[in-house]
Write a protein of this length. Structure first.
Ligand code: UDP
Ligand code: MG
Length: 344
């Protein structure tokens, strides 16, 4: 098999006649109750909207009966297929796997919890048919989320807008439609730390937004606790900005200037007024201050080195435990170079 990460367009794909017009990619983690509702809603909406469609669910190491539900849904409807990871790899990686397995001319990415209303998809399709290749859903409000999460998100996007090297459209998330061209471009990006929102913007192509209202979660609760959001945010910033690394340099320059001036001041004072015993506390405070700056700078560099380490190991992005409903198809192997036959 060819290397999917090097040349996505040349990799063996589903035969053209088997290609649906639209693929829906859904990352799924413990969503057993939501999946049947989602399939029913999609069925109603897509019947009139497209000539053919498929649903690719990526079971991201669920611990409830999500996989059993997926097997049943796949058996009932040939348009539904699923891949099941060997463990939880995270939503971003689940999306990447879904894109690897989707065969449609266009792909819609959406959450399984019905917070992304399927009824918005026809509006996405309309934009796509107008010629936009990268159509993103824009949240009109964040009312459904806690205040803390909302403020955190706002602060993060401000920071990203200021320091990130890629511009993110306001309110855009993972709910979006991507043309086959964009999907192939995304599949060719080899990085393991995947901050999808940044990657969608980075690849470019003719883009347009469609507003939608985030619905309430149908069942269950959010999987993104605060700690996880925080590390996700740093992943995002560090993959799209090297500014944190420069902070150490700037701080060093500023502090060197200040200390030179302070040194001159003390020198002059000693020359004019003679020596006296300078304050001991100020000495301790300044030592502590400068050591903390050094440690923070080292830590920041460490964060980047850690991420470089993760990239150079070149482990496959994900491991598949089981494929359901893909028997009739040729599917690319996951990204990563040589994969043992064991996991295919
Ligand atoms: N999800 C996933 N892997 C994870 C966590 C979440 O695939 O480790 C999926 C989840 O099943 C849902 C989507 O990602 O379809 C969004 O998750 P959630 O609703 O918990 O996030 P929120 O809407 O609160 O941002
Ligand atoms: Mg949700």
């Amino acid at each position: 098999m060819s290397n999917a990460s090097a040349s996505p367009s040349a990799s063996p794909r589903v035969p053209a006649q088997g290609r649906p017009e639209l693929s829906i990619v859904v990352p799924v983690h413990n969503e057993a109750e939501n999946l049947p509702l989602l399939v029913a809603r999609l069925n109603t909406v897509l019947a009139a909207a497209v000539s053919s469609w498929e649903l690719v669910c990526v079971d991201d190491g669920s611990r409830d009966d999500t996989l059993a539900v997926l097997r049943r849904l796949c058996a009932e409807d040939a348009r539904v297929s699923a891949i099941s990871f060997s463990r939880n790899f995270g939503k971003e990686i689940a999306i990447a796997a879904g894109l690897d397995h989707a065969a449609g001319d266009a792909v819609v990415i959406m959450d399984a919890d019905l917070q992304h209303p399927p009824e918005t998809i026809p509006a996405f399709l309309a934009k796509w048919r107008e010629g936009f290749l990268n159509v993103y859903g824009q949240r009109t409000d964040r009312d459904g989320e806690s205040r803390l999460k909302r403020n955190f998100a706002r602060a993060f996007y401000k920071l990203f807008a200021r320091f990130g090297e890629t511009e993110l459209p306001a309110g855009a998330g993972d709910f979006r439609l991507l043309d086959r061209k964009v999907v192939d471009a995304l599949r060719a990006l080899p990085e393991r730390a995947r901050f999808s929102k940044g990657l969608y913007a980075w690849v470019g192509f003719a883009s347009a937004g469609v507003t939608f209202e985030v619905a309430e979660r149908a069942h269950g609760q959010t999987k993104f606790r605060f700690g996880r959001l925080f590390s996700f945010a740093f992943d995002g910033l560090s993959s799209f900005s090297t500014v944190p690394l420069k902070i150490a340099t700037w701080a060093g320059v500023a502090i060197a200037l200040i200390s030179t001036l302070t040194g001159l001041f003390f020198l002059l004072r000693t020359l004019v007024f003679g020596t006296d015993l300078p304050g001991f506390p100020s000495l301790i405070v300044s030592i502590m201050f400068f050591s903390s700056i050094q440690l923070i700078s080292l830590g920041l560099i460490g964060e980047y080195v850690g991420r470089i380490f993760a990239e150079v190991k070149r482990r496959p992005l994900y491991l598949i435990g089981e494929r359901v409903g893909f028997d009739a198809r040729t599917v690319d192997h996951p990204r990563g170079d040589a994969l043992p036959p064991l996991i295919r």
